[in-house]
Design a binder for this molecule. Structure first.
Ligand code: TYD
Length: 212
């Protein structure tokens, strides 16, 4: 962990349709109201260079991407956002709210794509300079709820059904990580309303991260 760190680092993680981007904005508003200086970011992305890498790694025209390329592009985007944005913000006492970070690589590439968890952890140490969140909120939803939210319909086609297994592995991967490190992770039931989840997140942040 970075010794010069004065700020607080909170990440949001989870699979499809958990509402990370909505909840992160809600938390930002509440923290700003009590005078905290906030930096909000996302991965892959968060800086001009990282957003360009995002277009490459998530772009539909790059369907033929090798797994190792994918792994390294997520890490390249991460290295940039930690050096340019996250570490400097924490050093001056800002609160960093991240929509996904290193744990996404552990789950998606390390576990689900079976690239290897220890390999990803090693790469994460390099790209983050051993900088990890103080608190990670897992917005957990059953796969069918998450996919239905995304599609805006309960009906799922063949491809959705085929990818169910992938999404289920993502969900279980996150739950495993959360169980392994309860000091950092809190699991939030994200199948409820936006308002209820936002209240839960706020009380967790108040309890876990001392607000002076
Ligand atoms: P995004 O559109 O931000 O999806 P979401 O709303 O689910 O966060 O796309 C990010 C995608 O990239 C998502 O499918 C997860 C994946 N991802 C990885 O596979 N590894 C990573 O390290 C990161 C940061 C994201």
């Amino acid at each position: 962990m970075d010794n010069n760190r004065k700020g607080v680092f909170i990440s949001f993680e989870g699979g499809e349709g958990g509402g990370k981007s909505v909840q992160i904005v809600r938390l930002r508003e509440k923290l700003e109201k009590i005078g905290k200086k906030i930096v909000m970011t996302r991965e892959p992305g968060g800086t001009m260079i990282s957003e360009q890498i995002r277009e490459v790694v998530l772009g539909k025209k790059n369907m033929g991407m090798a797994y190792t390329t994918e792994v390294l592009l997520f890490q390249a985007a991460r290295a940039q956002v930690y050096r340019e944005l996250i570490i400097p913000a924490l050093e001056v006492g800002k609160w960093v709210l991240a929509d996904r970070t290193s744990d996404s690589s552990i789950v998606y590439q390390g576990m689900v794509r079976e690239f290897g968890v220890s390999e990803i952890k090693h790469l994460n140490d390099l790209s983050t300079k051993n900088t990890y969140p103080d608190l990670t909120i897992l917005l957990d939803v059953p796969v069918e709820v998450g996919l239905a939210r995304r599609n805006g319909t309960e009906k799922m086609d063949r491809l959705d059904l085929e990818s169910r297994n992938f999404h289920e592995k993502v969900r279980q991967g996150y739950l495993t990580l959360a169980k392994e490190n309860p000091k950092r992770w809190v699991v939030v039931d994200a199948s409820r309303t936006i308002e209820t989840i936002a209240e839960d997140v706020w009380s967790i942040v108040r309890k876990r991260v001392i607000i002076d």
